[in-house]
Design a protein around this ligand. Structure first.
Ligand code: CA
Length: 233
C-alpha cells in the first residue's frame, strides 16, 4: 500500500484529500507544517503532497529540504494560478502540481500517474510494466521500447532530436518545458545547441503532426517567454 505524506494547513482541503486517498487504498500521514513534515523519515513515504502556502516555510522550500535526502515524487498544491509558481515548482524538483480548487479525484489520478512514472518500489526503479507500456496522447502514441511515435496509427518519420523532443513533451502533458530543459533531454551535448535550435525542431515537429492528423490539430503549445508544453486535454 503506497504511503503518502500530505502537508497542508487548511483542514477542509486536507480532510477531503485524506478521505479520497484512503478510499483509494492509500495510506496517508497528514501534518500541517513544514517543520512537522521534516521530523518524519522520508524513507517511509512513496510520495509527498505539499501545499505551497504553508504557515512556516513555503512548500517550495520544504521540497528543497526534502530533496537533500530523498528523490521521492512531489505534487504541489497551489492557490495561485500564475505561471511562475508552476515553473518554480517544477524546477525545484516537483513532479506535478494542481491548482486550488481541485477535485480530489483529479489529485488521485495525478498521484497514480506520478507513481506509475516513478515506479512504486522503494529504490524508485521502474517496473517492467512501466518500461514496456507506451504513452498515448490524442492521435499520438509513444512506444519507448521501439523508440517510435505513431500518429493516427502510422509511424512518424522523425529525426533523433525530434523523437526525443516529442517523447519528452509526451512524458508529462501539461508541464511546461523550458528550452534549456528540452535541450538537456534531446541533445547529448546541450552546450553545442542553441535555443533557436529547439524552435526549429518544434516547428518541423508541428508540421509533421499536422500532416498526419485529419483536423490539422497542433497539440504543442508555445508559452511565450517560458517554453513549450503538450496540451493536457
Ligand atoms: Ca495553505
Amino acid at each position: 500500500m503506497p504511503c503518502i505524506l500530505l502537508v497542508e494547513d487548511e483542514a477542509a482541503i486536507a480532510d477531503t484529500l485524506v478521505y479520497a486517498l484512503e478510499t483509494e487504498h492509500f495510506e496517508v500521514t497528514h501534518v500541517t507544517t513544514a517543520s512537522d513534515a521534516l521530523k518524519l523519515s522520508t524513507d517511509d513515504y512513496q510520495l509527498a503532497i505539499l501545499d505551497v502556502g504553508l504557515p512556516d516555510i513555503s512548500g517550495f522550500d520544504l521540497c528543497a529540504q526534502i530533496r537533500k535526502s530523498s528523490a521521492m515524487p512531489v505534487l504541489f498544491l497551489t492557490a495561485r494560478d500564475s505561471e511562475i509558481d508552476r515553473i518554480l515548482g517544477l524546477e525545484l524538483g516537483g513532479d506535478d502540481y494542481v491548482t486550488k480548487p481541485f477535485s480530489p479525484r483529479e489529485v488521485v489520478a495525478r498521484i497514480r500517474a506520478i507513481l506509475r512514472r516513478a515506479g512504486t518500489s522503494k529504490g524508485g526503479k521502474k517496473t517492467q510494466h512501466e518500461t514496456i507500456q507506451g504513452q498515448k496522447h490524442g492521435a499520438l502514441e509513444h512506444d519507448p521500447a521501439a523508440m517510435t511515435i505513431s500518429c493516427m496509427g502510422k509511424r512518424m518519420n522523425l529525426t533523433a532530436h525530434e523523437y526525443k523532443l516529442l517523447a519528452a513533451l509526451m512524458s508529462q502533458p501539461g508541464r511546461i518545458f523550458t528550452r534549456d530543459q528540452l535541450l538537456m533531454k534531446a541533445w547529448e551535448d546541450p552546450g553545442s545547441a542553441m535555443d533557436r535550435t529547439i524552435d526549429a525542431h518544434i516547428k518541423s515537429l508541428r508540421a509533421k503532426i499536422r500532416e498526419c492528423t485529419p483536423d490539422d490539430s497542433d497539440p504543442i503549445e508555445t508559452r511565450r517567454g517560458l517554453g513549450y508544453t503538450l496540451s493536457s486535454e
